[in-house]
Design a protein around this ligand. Sequence first.
Ligand code: MTE
Ligand code: CO
Length: 427
Amino acid sequence: MSDETEKTGKTGEAPSRRAFLKGAALAGGAAMVPASVRAEPDPLITEVQPWAQFLGEGVDARPYGTPSPHEAHVRRRHVEWLTADPISSVNFTPLHELDGIITPNGLCFERHHAGIAEIDPGDYRLMINGLVDNPLVFTLQDLMRFPRENHVYFLECAANSGMEWRGAQLNGCQFTHGMVHNVMYTGVPLRLLLQEAGVQTSGAWVLPEGADASAMTRSVPLEKALDDCLVAFKMNGEMLRPEQGYPVRLVVPGWEGNMWVKWLRRIEIGDQPWHHREETSKYTDLFSDGRARRFTWEMDAKSVITNPSPQAPITHGPGPTVVTGLAWSGRGTIPRVDVSLDGGMNWVQARMSGPSLDKSLHRFYHEFDWDGRPLLLQSRAHDSTGYVQPTKDQLREVRGVNSIYHNNGIQTWAVDETGVTENVEVS
Ligand code: MTE
Ligand code: CO
């Protein structure tokens, strides 16, 4: 463990405590957890409970399963003051209620610029036009006759954490980081559809367009379109949800969510970018000198501790405590995440668990013995290119505070003696 413990500041842990942690790690995490011992007989053990006294519902009671009513608090939420109207708004993923790396379909954050388009799959059409030899129109059935691929990818809105540029604001990782989801897509490589249409040699850019009232057009370089973009119709095995673009959306792995056009109706091939509204007045990064960065497509490496966090405080008092969170990068995988308990002065390498997939969420854990003193929890992602997630101050030095988009700075949660957790910043 000492190899993994990188000392960057003044207040190092006392040797005895470090030795204890090392011993505990060798003995295995489970050895740290005491079993619950009760002096009195527990009626939950000694008495037959209602669920064992009566027969339950039969197999026909739930043709499409939904979560237990005890999980009703696990839901998407929006921030009232953030947008004027729910038809152009966002409902955030409850990251603090989830584990592993896959986001359940009903909990994927949803971001619409003109509400949810309701499309009958029989009326669905996808047109490819512009600089192609054969302009084509596909029905949904046509698309399903092309070879398909399955890939797990995260989708992060460029505006995720956008409210935090000037300081800590929203109290919960659902609101600070919940514009991300991670699902397995089934779809046809866009490359195959473009081959069918025959892109002319002058073709260099692709313009996907949505069928909803916002149209949502973005310029995508042909190179990316031919590389790993998918025309997807399934998420986590079932048809896309209406919120996610039913019946077909574009998947643009690792790139900002705005480009993942939902209710995809048309793809135009051109020889230069279009510079439409969503890539000029919106989704460009404004610097402090007034200049704007033209395109910022890739999502930089980022991480967040999901538990504990303001909506999921520590409720069990001192002793064995599990810290967990998510990390991702638009440029590859996440081989390593560091966790700090003291606001970034000391770092410990977290334990990764679950598949490490390209451009997908990664899950990390750090188990430790909480002494009941206040904590300043942080996580720091390293991606497979060697890039290390910056602090918010490092980000502001380069980008200023005019930005909304692409805030991948290190998040801090302050935990007090009672376990109550709050969004703060340390400098
Ligand atoms: N596509 C269409 N047609 N209309 C939209 O409003 N919103 C974009 C993108 N694609 C949008 C769209 C934005 S800003 C994001 S972040 C993602 O879709 C959100 O995808 P989700 O709703 O599946 O989370
Ligand atoms: Co977005």
